[in-house]
Write a protein that binds this ligand. Structure first.
Ligand code: NAD
Ligand code: AKB
Length: 321
């Protein structure tokens, strides 16, 4: 049960990797006409565009954003618009502007209109001094601008909750693996591109080394966790915008081996580039006991289940069944 009735929902960043699927999941759960997909320049997927209302908007323009919210009488916001880790190192100023000034605009409108808010964080909040299994409450010393904005974003959400009572919640997603929409410029994108390489070319050149181990999650689990956190009673939560959630942890080599066991002749080569340093600054896995204790987090997909499902869906899309 929801803690408050959700009347009209806005998803920012609705053309992105998560937004494309979250909009569809929300439209299954709530009347499709009440879920508004907001995008900026990248187009919405045909399914999202055809399945309910949409709006063009830029979260760094507070007046234009507030107008979208007012026009659609928005009650709950899933704020996914962001610049990810690789894009953030290419343009740190843009990353700061979208991820922090944009979030502040979203929080200000949430405060004025008493909205509920979901704002994802990331394993990018952690830095090289984090233990291999990242604790829930650890010192946060990221080395990317993306990570800096995610740490500050968590703190900003907590500030708006403590000071103004804005019910802002968030998860530190691991690298998310999915097949419906392409990833948006992250360090963990190799764990998706490797599937496309395997099915299209029979090979993949991986931009991190074989020993690189990171926390990862299949999109179906990420969507379920997002909706479950938003449905949790507020009084059950001790944390708000900074929950670790884990599902699986594997090295690039282990992923390549799992694919090779299912795609005859697949070969993975390794050519680490600048993204290796970002991957090396993140933990191998996370301790998600707070999410399990406070709102019942429990993932369904491990490495084998994820690889089977990815290959089945991508083969279907490519007509290679
Ligand atoms: P994405 O890059 O695929 O999508 C982000 C969307 O935001 C894009 O469609 C982009 O056009 C839009 N956008 C950028 N600037 C904007 C602006 N100024 N105004 C409005 N829209 C703008 O990202 P994603 O993977 O869907 O990630 C969504 C959220 O989840 C982000 O906060 C990200 O940090 C977080 N996250 C994602 C992952 C992952 O593996 N995908 C992991 C951890 C955290
Ligand atoms: C990225 O690699 O930038 C994202 C993330 C883990 O936040 N996928």
């Amino acid at each position: 049960m929801s803690t408050r009735e959700q009347k009209r929902i806005l998803v920012t960043g609705a053309a992105g990797q998560i937004g494309t699927e979250l909009v569809l999941a929300l439209r299954e759960r709530f009347p499709a006409g009440d879920v508004v997909a907001m995008y900026r320049s990248s187009p919405l997927s045909p399914e999202v565009a055809a399945g309910g209302p949409s709006a063009v908007g830029d979260v760094t323009d507070v007046n234009a954003y507030a107008q979208v919210v007012a026009e659609h009488n928005i009650d709950t916001v899933y704020h996914l618009a962001a610049i990810l880790s690789v894009g953030g190192e290419q343009n740190p100023t843009l990353c700061y502007d979208v991820n922090l000034n944009g979030l502040r605009n979203v929080l200000e409108v949430a405060r004025e209109r008493e909205q509920r808010l979901f704002c994802p964080s990331s394993i990018a909040v952690f830095g090289p001094d984090t233990p291999a299994v990242a604790p829930q409450d650890a010192p946060l010393h990221p080395t990317t601008m993306y990570g800096v904005t995610k740490v500050a974003g968590e703190i900003l959400c907590d500030y708006y909750f403590q000071r103004y009572g804005v019910d802002a919640r968030g998860l530190r997603y691991p690298g998310l693996i999915s097949w419906q929409a392409p990833p948006g410029g992250g360090t963990t994108d190799y764990a998706i591109a490797i599937f496309h390489g395997a099915l299209q070319d029979g090979s993949y050149e991986c931009f991190v080394g074989p020993e690189t181990r990171l926390p990862m999650m299949y999109m179906q689990d990420a969507l379920a966790g997002t909706l479950d956190l938003m449905n949790a009673p507020l009084k059950a939560l001790k944390h708000h915008a900074d929950f670790n959630i884990g599902a699986m942890s594997f090295s690039a080599q282990e992923l390549a081996d799992a694919i090779a066991a299912r795609v005859t002749g697949f070969e993975c080569r390794y050519a680490p580039d600048a993204r290796q340093a970002i991957a090396d600054s993140w933990p191998d896995a996370v301790d998600d006991s707070a999410a399990r204790d406070e709102w019942g987090w429990s993932p369904r997909f491990g490495l084998d289940e994820m690889v089977d499902d990815m290959l089945e869906n991508l083969r279907h899309g490519l007509g290679k069944e």
